[in-house]
Design a binder for this molecule. Structure first.
Ligand SMILES: Cc1ncc(COP(=O)(O)O)c(C=O)c1O
Length: 422
């Protein structure tokens, strides 16, 4: 028998509206007391091994002392100051470091406070790029089935049409072109045809490079990204890589675009940017994009400015997060995690109801043929002492890169055992 929930839980829950949750029928949330390394400690004292690093953010594990110390120092000096007409050292240092890490001339950083907003900014940037060049017709985007770019209105319009609930919100969402990723003869042909017919309506192409995350943890080859770059160049389109999930090591290299040797025109980053400490995001443009806004005309400026953009506390956390990437052997650890995920999840291949098992970098996926009740599955994982949150037919692991062998085995064993017991 677990302990009764704390007072703050029972008194506050009736006033909370949870994400992606049918508040009437879904199981109540768990009360969390604290986090530590790769553990989530519940109010009733149970400690769960975290398999998903808080929606892929806590890449160095929870409460990393270097990130915490940097935030504490920043908190005392200045948690926040508006970024309009004023700048501060943590933001400028972070911008310089991100520019140095990213390939090519991706070197103008626009900060915001969440992944969705950074994608909104990318879409707005690409559209205004054309307007500033005097082209008024290029206002749409080409995006891909299986993609996910956020939950705000414009980002939903470039998500997978089903996942993005395009029919539910029809009339509200901007209309864009959504096709299959060009991976085989038929999809390459369809992709080329759309471009031939509609390129002059398009501002750009947006894609999650190498792994489409929340849309189903689907993988594609680097060749697809090279194909997109060639098409974008041929039809004069801006290529946007949304690396909010794939950035900072998750696919095995610091950024997924490196594996394809492709430089996008705009890249979006968030999630692991602060090591899971606080919300921060960045939209980074190449010189050629920025140049279209460099003008004597005030109307050519990028008209966007979230109140908490470049939050000093967030930038301090992100700088500390990058220090940790520099100091600790993260890419080696990711390669070891990848091997352990391959080994640990391989036995699931023979289980009835398993459609596919796949691993890329520190992402392990068991795709099921169907899931009767995802809530039941989630609670069985909690009973097994792990925090694993399947969505749809996808059971996946995206652990902290600092996870040790024993905890990783606990996670892969839990998936095997839970799926094996029906
Ligand atoms: C690839 C990608 N883009 C955008 C987003 C949206 O980020 P946020 O939830 O911070 O708005 C996500 C979130 O899962 C994502 O995975």
């Amino acid at each position: 028998m677990s302990a009764p929930p704390p007072e703050w839980f029972t008194a506050g829950l009736p006033h909370i509206w949870l994400p992606y949750t049918q508040m009437k029928t879904n199981a109540p949330p768990l009360a969390v007391a604290r986090t530590c390394d790769t553990r989530i400690v519940l109010a009733d004292g149970r400690a769960l091994v975290d398999g998903i690093a808080s929606w892929w953010t806590a890449c160095h594990g929870y409460n990393h002392p270097h990130i915490q110390a940097a935030m504490q120092r920043q908190l005392e000096e200045m948690p926040h100051v508006m970024f309009g007409g004023a700048v501060h050292e943590p933001a400028l240092r972070l911008a310089r470091r991100l520019s140095a890490m990213l390939p090519g001339d991706l070197d103008r950083v626009f900060f915001s406070d969440s992944g969705s907003v950074s994608v909104e900014v990318a879409l707005k940037m690409a559209t205004q790029y054309w307007l500033n060049k005097g082209v008024r017709t290029r206002t749409k985007f080409l995006a891909f089935n299986g993609g996910y770019h956020g939950d705000t209105i414009a980002t939903m319009s470039v998500c997978d049409p089903l996942e993005g609930m395009h029919s539910l919100y029809s009339g509200l969402l901007p209309e864009n072109y959504i096709v299959d990723l060009p991976q085989d003869a038929a999809s390459i042909d369809a992709f080329e045809k759309i471009l031939e017919r509609h390129a002059d309506e398009l501002a750009g192409i947006i894609v999650e490079p190498l792994v489409q995350g929340a849309g189903g943890m689907r993988f594609h080859d680097a060749e697809v990204l090279r194909r997109l770059r060639i098409a974008a160049d041929k039809y004069d389109l801006l290529l946007i890589f949304d690396e909010i999930f794939t950035g900072f090591g998750r696919t095995g290299s610091m950024f997924a675009c490196e594996q394809a040797d492709v430089v996008p025109d705009i890249i979006t980053l968030s999630k692991a940017l602060t090591g899971g400490a606080v919300g921060l995001a960045a939209t980074i443009a190449r010189k050629g994009v920025f140049d279209a806004f460099w003008s004597d005309d005030p109307k050519a400026a990028l008209m966007h400015g979230p109140t908490y953009m470049a939050n000093a506390l967030g930038c301090a956390a992100a700088n500390a997060c990058l220090d940790v990437f520099e100091r600790e052997p993260r890419l080696d650890q990711i390669a070891s995690i990848s091997r352990a995920l391959e080994d640990g999840l391989a036995p699931c291949r023979v289980l009835p109801g398993v459609a596919d098992v796949r691993v890329r970098g520190a992402i392990g996926v068991v795709e099921l043929e169907h899931v009767e009740n995802v809530d039941t599955l989630k609670s069985r994982f909690v009973d097994a002492g792990v925090w694993i949150r399947p969505f749809g037919r996808i059971v996946y692991l995206t652990p902290a890169f600092t996870i040790d062998e024993a905890d990783l085995k606990t996670l892969t064993d839990a998936i095997f055992n839970v799926l094996n017991s029906g």
